[in-house]
Write a protein that binds this ligand. Structure first.
Ligand code: SAM
Length: 288
């Protein structure tokens, strides 16, 4: 069912036991989880709304996300349409925790400039907005036009006015030299962590795809780096497992672009309740 090179790579990097656990989890049903919009609803009210379906809190985002014990028809729910919550895969909510860490290092959460570079459909964008107040600006960018439209719709539903949706290639951002306090690059990747949710990711996967994705990620990161202020923070994430797109790219950022990695973490189905995800918090060299 999965490509042999993918299975072998997982066994080599994680050992046979962990690889088998992850592969077996990839054949099971994915978890369903939601994240509250704090500007519209309380977590308690959202849990009450879902009633018996409301399950455990997402461990790395307990104040905003929880699992559902089943998949309701979200499109029939008026609260979904009015942006009271976002249906977001649990592992990726970890980006919010890294963002909080960045804000702690910066020492304030007001008057900040934040860029979400690869933003559609808006999971990270809406989560970042939940952690900022109206004195901060979030630029939510998506290069693919049709996806930028979906992003704009989800941002409108969230209901914040301190966000601008743009549709630019990453190479446009160096013009905003040293402008952003925090940049989030949730990069397009080979999608190994989404294999149980997205059959297309399995069909399109190959060692060549991994190589192409890793090279594209470096291009994107190199393009956007000048727009991050010295001493600013980059959150780099993918939804894939392999080293080339994850740890090797973090090493490359630190050595070539000049930064230091403060934290990085992998999430694996079968070990964490969610899909595969990788995220790192990197501080750019220099003083703010
Ligand atoms: N951050 C989003 C969220 O949380 O909902 C998910 C982003 S998805 C992993 C990666 C995004 O990068 C996609 O929307 C894709 O269209 C966009 N993308 C594709 N090619 C790109 C490129 N060359 N430069 C920048 N973004 C690209």
């Amino acid at each position: 069912m999965f490509p042999a090179e993918f299975i072998n790579g997982l066994r080599e990097s994680l050992g046979p036991l962990r690889a088998e656990r992850i592969l077996s989890a990839l054949s099971q049903e994915p978890e369903v989880s939601v994240r509250v919009n704090p500007f519209k609803f309380t977590l308690g009210d959202l849990r009450a709304h879902f009633g018996a379906l409301a399950g455990e809190a997402v461990p790395w985002a307990p104040e905003e996300g929880f699992y559902l014990n089943g998949r309701p028809s979200f499109t029939l729910d008026p609260l979904f349409h009015c942006g009271a919550y976002y249906v977001q895969e649990a592992s990726s909510m970890y980006a919010g925790s890294l963002f909080e860490q960045a804000l702690q290092h910066i020492g304030r959460r007001t008057g900040l400039r934040v860029l979400d570079l690869c933003a559609a459909p808006g999971g990270k964008t809406t989560q970042l907005l939940s952690h900022l107040d109206e004195t901060s600006l979030l630029v939510a960018n998506e290069v693919v036009p049709a996806r930028a439209t979906v992003l704009a719709e989800n941002v409108a539903r969230w209901g914040c006015s301190n966000v601008a949706v743009t549709q630019s290639d990453p190479s446009a951002f160096p013009a905003m030299r040293a402008y952003f306090d925090v940049v989030v690059a949730d990069a397009p990747c080979s999608g190994e962590g989404m294999f149980r949710k997205d059959e297309r990711a399995v069909a399109e996967w190959s060692p060549d795809t991994v190589r192409l994705c890793a090279a594209r990620q470096r291009r994107i990161l190199g393009d956007v780096w000048p727009a991050l202020m010295p001493g600013g923070f980059l959150i780099y994430s993918t939804c894939t497992f392999n080293r080339s797109e994850d740890e090797d790219n973090v090493d490359w950022i630190c050595s070539e672009l000049k930064g230091s990695c403060l934290e990085m973490r992998h999430f694996y189905p079968g070990e964490d309740r969610g899909e595969g995800f990788f995220a790192a918090l990197i501080r750019k060299e220099g003083r703010r």
